[in-house]
Design a protein around this ligand. Structure first.
Ligand SMILES: Nc1nc2c(c(=O)[nH]1)N[C@@H](CN(C=O)c1ccc(C(=O)N[C@@H](CCC(=O)O)C(=O)O)cc1)CN2
Ligand SMILES: [Mg+2]
Length: 291
């Protein structure tokens, strides 16, 4: 292996220690940060992620609540619950686990969350703030990737970056964050012709396509930084990313593993966003500062 591993578990530990200290300081002033998580349906992977989010809150001094609903919950019932949480002073962050069942309009649900409590950073107000370079809650996965690049001291200003994937929760915000940091950014996706011609020229490749082996060794510039956001299963059921790790690690300069790379950072940045929401509410003495 020639590439240096960027370890999301190790970096998470450092950031989470800071979260715990900030949460304790805020709690001492009478404001315990609170996160509400809403899970609809019985997708096993979503259940694991939600459980890990609640556990992370418990371990770092954040209050949390979790509502689990059957897959046939109506959109109106979900919206009513969000409305109640928007007005709940003990709750600073609200998160609806995605994906939602097909009969629920996820855009409508996300827009129903108060932007000040949208710790996923998916609300159109937060997405628009990111687009226009104003402070906002940054979506947790791309925010986590930025922290990993910073921790590994990867130069971003003037770098050529390729993001593979154009989803609202990873690809698009990832591209905007890299652009904000001064990179020259190309977004590639399932309709891109000759993907390798883009990735071979890139200093940084972020793979978020949801497809195994989308990036192979012959598609990577020697020494490039490769970030794997993918979460797939191989033919034996083992968790793997979008990157052919075994071959790419021999060419790249830095690489993230799956598991133990970007995944844990997603939950870490959720804690950071929730704490920030609580600190902002407390600073503005909104009714929601009362724990
Ligand atoms: N409301 C949201 N829904 C979804 C988000 C999100 O940020 N907000 N992101 C993904 C899923 N996700 C968090 O919700 C998530 C995915 C993966 C991990 C993680 O820690 N992965 C581990 C492996 C876990 C395993 O063994 O299965 C790793 O990579 O090491 C955390 C969070 C979609 N939905
Ligand atoms: Mg895509």
């Amino acid at each position: 292996m020639t590439a240096t591993l960027i370890n999301g578990n190790a970096l998470s530990k450092i950031i989470r220690a800071d979260v715990a200290a900030r949460a304790a300081a805020l709690a001492q002033q009478g404001c315990r940060p609170g996160l509400a998580v809403l899970l609809v349906g019985d997708d096993p992977a979503s259940a694991v992620y939600v459980r890990n989010k609640i556990k992370a809150c418990e371990e770092h001094g954040l209050h949390s609540s979790c509502d689990r609903y059957p897959a046939d919950l109506s959109e109106a019932e979900l919206l009513a619950r969000i409305d109640a949480l928007n007005r709940d002073p003990a709750i600073h962050g609200i998160l609806v686990q995605l994906p939602l069942p097909a009969h629920i309009n996820s855009h409508k649900v996300i827009e129903a969350i108060a932007a000040a409590k949208d710790v996923d950073g998916f609300h159109i107000a937060n997405a628009g703030a990111l687009l226009t370079g104003r402070p906002s809650f940054r979506p947790c996965t791309p925010y986590g990737v930025m922290m990993m690049l910073q921790a590994a001291k990867i130069p971003l200003s003037g770098a050529s970056a390729v993001v593979i994937g154009r989803s609202n929760i990873v690809g698009k915000p990832m591209a905007l964050l890299l652009l904000e940091a001064g990179a020259t950014v190309t977004i590639c996706h399932s309709k891109t012709r000759d993907l390798a011609s883009y990735t071979r020229a890139a200093d940084i490749v972020v793979a978020a396509a949801g497809q195994r082996n989308v990036l192979r060794a012959d598609m990577v510039k020697p020494g490039a930084t490769v970030i794997d956001v993918g979460m797939n299963r191989d033919e034996t059921g083992k968790l793997c990313g979008d990157v052919d790790f075994e071959s790419v690690k021999e060419v790249a300069g830095h690489i993230t593993p799956v598991p133990g790379g970007v995944g844990p950072m997603t939950i870490t940045m959720l804690l950071v966003n929730t704490l920030t929401a609580a600190e902002q509410a407390y600073a503005q003495r909104l009714p929601s500062h009362i724990a």
